[in-house]
Write a protein that binds this ligand. Structure first.
Ligand code: IMP
Ligand code: MG
Length: 180
């Protein structure tokens, strides 16, 4: 079993193993293969947090599918604006495409609540959300509903598998949760 890790001032303990993660993502990819066969979906992965999940999910797809990336941030510089800004925009043409938004975690839902209108404004054929994690008890924006979720977790801070605590921890191969 993996050991606890300390990042900055906080200690995290192992929470979900790499094997469990791989299994759930294989299931999700199989579901998407079935649901989107013949529809050539376009995955739009939200950077930075989703890059590892997106890579694993995308490699599980056996149907024709594309992938593109956007970078969203809820702050500029060091001052929090509370507004989600697009730091790297979308280069793909979404017209009549079946879009699957790929997120690391839907926490309050604010990020996707603000981003979804930008997607709908580009005339896609359909839009769904695939997220590695949800924290159901933290959700504030009820319009943000993930069609595909690998794990529903408790409302505590997690790191690893792409998710960071203040810039660190993204490279941990499994998921860790705040100790205590
Ligand atoms: P939301 O906009 O509140 O849904 O949260 C969106 C972003 O907050 C996620 O994409 C993550 O980047 C970050 N976030 C939320 N909870 C966690 C966590 O437990 N660990 C690491 N990042 C998190
Ligand atoms: Mg994120």
């Amino acid at each position: 079993m993996a050991q606890e890790v300390t990042i900055h001032d906080k200690t995290f303990v192992p929470y979900i193993t790499t094997e469990e993660i791989a299994e759930r993502i294989a299931d999700m990819a199989a579901q998407i293969n079935a649901d989107y066969a013949g529809r050539n979906p376009l995955l739009i992965a939200i950077l930075n947090g989703s890059f590892i999940f997106a890579a694993d999910l995308f490699r599980g797809l056996t149907i024709d599918a594309g992938i593109s990336f956007v970078k969203l941030a809820s702050y500029l510089g060091t001052s929090s604006t509370g507004k989600v800004v697009t730091a790297i925009g979308m280069d793909a043409n979404l017209t009549d495409r079946h879009i699957i938004i790929v997120e690391d975690i839907v926490d309050t839902g604010k990020t996707l609540h603000e981003f979804l209108p930008e997607i709908y404004g580009r005339n896609p054929a359909s839009v769904s959300i695939a997220t590695f994690l949800t924290k159901p008890s933290a959700l504030k924006y009820e319009d943000v509903k993930a069609k595909y979720t690998a794990f529903e977790i408790e409302n505590k801070f997690v790191v690893g598998y792409g998710l960071d605590y203040d810039g660190y921890g993204r490279n941990l191969p499994c998921l860790y949760i705040l100790k205590g």
